[in-house]
Design a protein around this ligand. Structure first.
Ligand code: ISL
Ligand code: CA
Length: 567
């Protein structure tokens, strides 16, 4: 197989930093840029090539920075523009690029554009947002993620109109049908690129274009609103691609950058519309199809007590591999700031299996044919904190859904149990640097509780232990950086129907490897499929210290992950 279109962004491992929870430098309990800068050597030691930084713009912080009130300035609690430039220089000096989070589906209601927009019906900024005059009656139903009434229209008395907010009422949706607004956004994007950043992660970008005729949504579809799988009515009109194409022309052209779209609701059939190399839109996207596995879809983010089926997991990641086999390029992730910890969700966080299963998940992410997006803390095998009371939560999604259930006499007890597995705050607890009381994250009171397991799961201890998840992760990035077959090599799935083992090969010219992952907490006898000829029984990767292989049959230990060279 031949490699077409080699690109640096296909070759890097992306490391996502949630700055609020990474490292606090001044004892106010909130992570900040100077704190992050103090950890750049650690980040470099991971062998990653690109940092995605969650939003650090000025924000009233209704949704931890995803509600921006000033796009061209840094949130004071994170630092200053000087700190930002120091961060950028520090990363570049270490050969690491920086991706900023671009939130342009909505702003904060405190953004000057919205402050103006809501003043009067004929304000010059009125059509920067979506308004529905009350004399037309109640607007057609739209679901909001973060609203105590799940209602995406909020009545505003000043102009006797409703405005649209897919997220919280403090996050009004921008009106992308307005060309003036689009030009302002492009100008802001050029401002950051001119400063030297290496690209953007585009927040919720599949929602930016809307059908402004606001057709009624069929009842069937409204019922499925918990599915987090919105259709045409919320997203993905033809205009979306018109705007992305325009953005590419106005902002990206001629720059050596990368863009990654967050695309909730987008199916594999639509993926190449965003990222096909000939379409001049974006470089990569991340889909949600994997994230929907293992939920009942009967209540909000409700985990299925049976867990997820490995056969379905394999099917999804294989189908998505196939989308990009010849065109475009994919990404892969198992967790981020909107998802629970990957260990708890996809592995087994019990003391017996946590180290093995977190290493197995890393192995999967770093040996698939896609750019891995790796979330901070997962290199240590951090786990869900599993709060027991609503008072411990900070996330607007959890708090508002809880209120919604109270308002509608829903089952809050079940919800709280579900959130222990699926809640977003599980991924937002502070980074665990050492065994001291606040895990070395802060000398003050942390904005959200530190996971008590930091006394034995922390970077300092793992750095000193050659068998730790941290050092295993470093080994994986090294392998990936050194072996092109792990980046560009063709992916072939074996034993699609096996319920415990995920087995695939990667091959490039005459080079090849096989990856064998026991996604279960049991011993599994597994015969290596006949067409696969391993070079010898000395694995390139083994997350256990022993290997049992006889006559093509492995006795796989719980969560064992292996990689062998092929003949
Ligand atoms: O977690 C989700 C809701 O259950 C996702 O659907 C998520 O809200 C959606 O993918 C958009 O996420 C992004 O925009 C949100 C913000 O809260 C998330 O943190 C961000 O990643 C609103 O800006
Ligand atoms: Ca701080």
């Amino acid at each position: 197989m031949q490699i077409n279109n080699k690109e640096w962004w296909k070759e890097v491992v992306i490391y996502q930093v949630y700055p609020r929870s990474f490292k606090d430098s001044n004892g106010d309990g909130v992570g900040d840029l100077p704190g992050l800068i103090s950890k750049l050597d650690y980040i470099q030691s991971l062998g990653i090539g690109l940092v995605w930084l969650n939003p650090v713009y000025v924000s009233p912080n209704d949704d931890n920075g995803y509600d921006i009130s000033n796009y061209e300035s840094i949130q004071p609690e994170f630092g200053s523009i000087t700190d930002f430039n120091a961060l950028l220089a520090g990363l570049h000096a270490r050969g690491i690029r920086l991706l900023m989070d671009l939130v342009v589906n909505h702003t904060s209601d405190e953004h000057p554009w919205f402050v103006e927009s809501r003043k009067s019906r004929d304000n010059p900024f009125r059509d920067y947002y979506h308004w529905w005059p009350a004399e037309k009656g109640i607007p057609p139903e739209r679901f909001s993620f973060f609203d105590p009434n799940a209602d995406a229209w909020r009545y505003d008395v000043t102009t006797d109109s409703y405005y649209l907010h897919y997220f919280s009422a403090k996050q009004p949706d921008l009106n992308w049908e307005n060309p003036k607004l689009r030009q302002q956004i492009y100008q802001m994007m050029r401002f950051w690129l001119d400063m030297g950043i290496d690209g953007f992660r585009l927040d919720a970008v599949s929602y930016i274009a809307k059908d402004n005729s606001w057709p009624a949504i069929p009842a069937e579809e409204l019922k499925a609103k918990y599915k987090n799988d919105w259709s045409y009515f919320y997203a993905g009109t033809e205009n979306l691609h018109k705007y992305l194409n325009e953005m590419n022309r106005e902002v990206f052209k001629g720059r050596d950058i990368v863009t990654i779209a967050e695309t909730p609701g987008i199916d594999k059939e639509e993926a190449l519309l965003f990222v096909h190399q000939d379409r001049q839109e974006l470089h990569m996207l991340y889909h949600f199809k994997g994230m929907e596995l293992g939920y009942t879809h009967k209540a909000f983010k409700q985990p299925d007590p049976e867990g997820y089926k490995l056969t379905e997991f394999k099917k999804i990641y294989t189908e998505w591999n196939n989308v990009f086999e010849n065109e475009g390029w994919g990404t892969i992730y198992l967790g981020n700031h909107d998802q629970p910890r990957m260990l708890t969700r996809w592995g087994n966080d019990s003391p017996e299996f946590r180290l093995f299963s977190s290493k197995l998940l890393m192995t999967f992410l770093l040996t698939m044919r896609a750019t891995p997006i790796f979330y901070n803390g997962d290199e240590l095998g951090m786990a869900n904190i599993k709060f027991t009371t609503i008072g411990e939560y900070r996330d607007i999604e959890t708090l508002h859904m809880h209120q919604y259930l109270l308002n509608t006499s829903g089952n809050t007890e079940q919800f709280l149990r579900d959130q222990q597995i699926s809640g977003r705050d599980n991924a937002r607890t502070p980074m665990q640097w050492d065994a001291t009381p606040n895990a070395g994250f802060t000398t003050g009171e942390p904005w959200i509780k530190v996971n008590p397991d930091h006394v034995y799961i922390n970077a300092e201890a793992q750095d000193a232990d050659e068998n730790s998840p941290l050092n295993y992760f470093r080994k994986l990035t090294r392998l990936r950086n050194e072996h092109e077959v792990l980046i560009y090599g063709k992916y072939t799935l074996y034993d699609a129907h096996h319920e415990q083992v995920y087995c695939y090969t990667r091959s490039l010219d005459k080079l090849g490897v096989v990856v064998i992952l026991n996604f279960s907490s049991e011993l599994v006898h597994y015969t290596i499929p006949a067409p696969i000829q391993i070079r010898n029984d000395d694995p390139l990767i083994n997350n256990h210290t022993t290997l049992q292989l006889e006559d093509h049959t492995l006795v796989l230990l719980p969560w064992q992950s292996l990689m062998f060279s092929l003949l």
